[in-house]
Design a binder for this molecule. Structure first.
Ligand SMILES: [Zn+2]
Length: 311
């Protein structure tokens, strides 16, 4: 009986103990659960927030990428502009260099006037170019002498007769010849030319035969003393080598001749037989202009090219 009573007591104690444990657990759970739930809600909210942040960042990233694309396009167009500016700058530098390195070409025509002189004057007028005409004395050409002066070209003395055997006989014969021409031109145009060119050039050897080896030395002294300035040439168009010289050959001779020259005095002829010189003239003019030459008439300010010096 005692044994049984003990068992009941034990069972009761066990029961009470278990009840206490369960109650405690229940209390603990009851206290802890809401906390867990609220933590879960917080986590959920945090996840939502993170997702939003992530979306926003993705949007921002897209914007940045777009902006970068736009910027690289702008950089490309700026680089294009820079290249254009550099090209323009180079062109300007070239132009300035060309302008500071001024080159002059003087078109000179010997042995006129003739019908070719009229054609040349027409062409020069149309293209606003002034040239130099070393003329001979010819009847019936008063209008041409006058036109040369009126249209702003330089009328210059070559020879009245251009007959070597006469003019190169002596100093007296030569001076008489050019004085006769000077008088004639002054009477027709009102201007007495002081610029001249010796037939055959100041270094011609044809004169040896008629006036001796020393004649040209005496002549360059005499004309200089009388106030003339004589001009030879440093570019030969080669149109005197024959009457049917092709216009291509004349053009090539001029363009080769002017190479490296800042002042080019170009020898051409406007006698009646020099038709191909007239034909070559347009190409010569555009060729010289392309090379940067300014076309001018000879004036007393032009530094002379002289084969034989007055010394
Ligand atoms: Zn001549």
């Amino acid at each position: 009986m005692r044994k049984r009573g003990l068992s009941i007591q034990k069972a009761l104690i066990l029961f009470l103990s278990l009840t206490t444990i369960f109650t405690s657990l229940a209390v603990v759970l009851a206290l802890k659960l809401p906390k867990k739930i609220s933590t879960m809600n917080e986590v959920k909210a945090a996840v939502v927030e993170l997702k939003e942040t992530k979306n926003k960042q993705e949007e921002n990233l897209e914007l940045v990428v777009n902006e970068m694309d736009e910027m690289s396009m702008q950089i490309e167009s700026l680089q294009g502009n820079l290249q254009e500016i550099q090209i323009l700058e180079k062109e300007q530098v070239d132009t300035i260099e060309e302008l500071t390195d001024v080159k002059y070409a003087y078109l000179t025509f010997d042995d006129g006037p003739s019908q070719n002189t009229i054609k040349i004057l027409d062409f020069l007028k149309l293209n606003n170019i002034k040239a130099t005409f070393f003329v001979i004395g010819k009847e019936g050409c008063d209008d041409i002498y006058k036109r040369i002066v009126d249209e702003g070209h330089t009328l210059a003395i070559h020879s009245n007769t251009h007959i070597y055997s006469d003019i190169y006989l002596s100093v007296y014969a030569f001076m008489k010849d050019i004085t006769t021409l000077g008088d004639k031109l002054e009477k027709i145009t009102g201007i007495r030319p002081t610029i001249m060119r010796f037939p055959g050039g100041s270094n011609n050897t044809v004169s040896y035969k008629y006036g001796g080896k020393q004649l040209m030395d005496k002549l360059v002294k005499e004309v200089t003393n009388k106030g003339y300035v004589y001009y030879d040439w440093n570019v030969d168009s080669s149109d005197a080598t024959s009457n049917n010289r092709s216009k291509e050959a004349i053009f090539n001779a001029v363009m080769n001749g002017v190479q490296g020259k800042d002042e080019a005095i170009i020898l051409m002829h406007d006698a009646a037989a020099k038709g191909s010189t007239v034909e070559a003239l347009p190409e010569i003019v555009s060729g010289l202009r392309k090379k940067g030459y300014i076309l001018e008439p000879i004036t007393e300010e032009t530094s002379p090219v002289q084969f034989k010096k007055n010394n």
